[in-house]
Design a protein around this ligand. Sequence first.
Ligand SMILES: Nc1ncnc2c1ncn2[C@@H]1O[C@H](COP(=O)(O)OP(=O)(O)OP(=O)(O)O)[C@@H](O)[C@H]1O
Ligand SMILES: [Mg+2]
Length: 260
Amino acid sequence: MRLSQQNVSFSDEELDIRSPKLVPLITYPHYSECEYKDRIIEMESLGITSIILGGGGGKTIINSAHVAGKGCVGIVVKSKVGSKVCALKIRRTDADRKTMDNEARLHKMANSAGVGPILEGHTKNLIAMEYVSGQSIIDWAGNNNKATKSKVRTVATAVLEQCFSLDAAGLDHGELSRLARHVIVSDRPYIIDFESASTTRKTCNVTAAAQSIFLYGIVANKIKKILGNTDREKTIIHALRNYKHFHTRANFDAVLDLLL
Ligand SMILES: Nc1ncnc2c1ncn2[C@@H]1O[C@H](COP(=O)(O)OP(=O)(O)OP(=O)(O)O)[C@@H](O)[C@H]1O
Ligand SMILES: [Mg+2]
């Protein structure tokens, strides 16, 4: 399979789920007839009628098809349930898990805390959820027209508030130190991908996301430049240490104050 990321735009193409063009995506990266047939039946059980490829369907390209995204666990495609658009995460045939059951369970918990795209339904190999039309936070932060100082504050506050809700719910996302891959900014930011989440680990959503926003890595580098306060590392570390010890609203507000 050839995979590349390009900023080209093709018109959308809505295909019936049985279209031959979709076969390599539905069973990515290894085709087997049995797996393919199972997945078609699962799509039908979720009411998925078509899949949309093309520029509006995402900018990741697999075998010359534009999809919404690709990770180690799944291929995400824009799809339709009747007239309703949704995102469909299809388990990769080489994923290190046999089903999407655990991810769906944790995703539902996140939704109960008011976080994440709304989960619409799931089967062994599929998760159907609200489609988030936007850019990854790293691309968004690199777009000078969108990421003004005040919008960065609004988006960062919203991400941290969602993290605070996850902390309060006892659900640790687990990958928020890799914020660039786990936040899509639309009309508001959405935290995605709950496959590595846990209800037993100590929750560190706020601290992991805040470090990615204020301190280390590619998102922080962009945000620090936009906010223009590059010499506050000690203050930030102090506020995060306090919050880490006691997840109180007052300690969290002190973290949010760093955005002012
Ligand atoms: N609800 C959604 N709406 C739109 N695009 C989405 C949605 N969920 C995921 N995506 C896109 O698909 C990509 C892969 O999704 P996701 O992170 O859930 O897969 P993964 O296999 O678990 O990835 P990783 O290996 O990074 O953990 C995301 O980076 C994002 O670009
Ligand atoms: Mg993942």
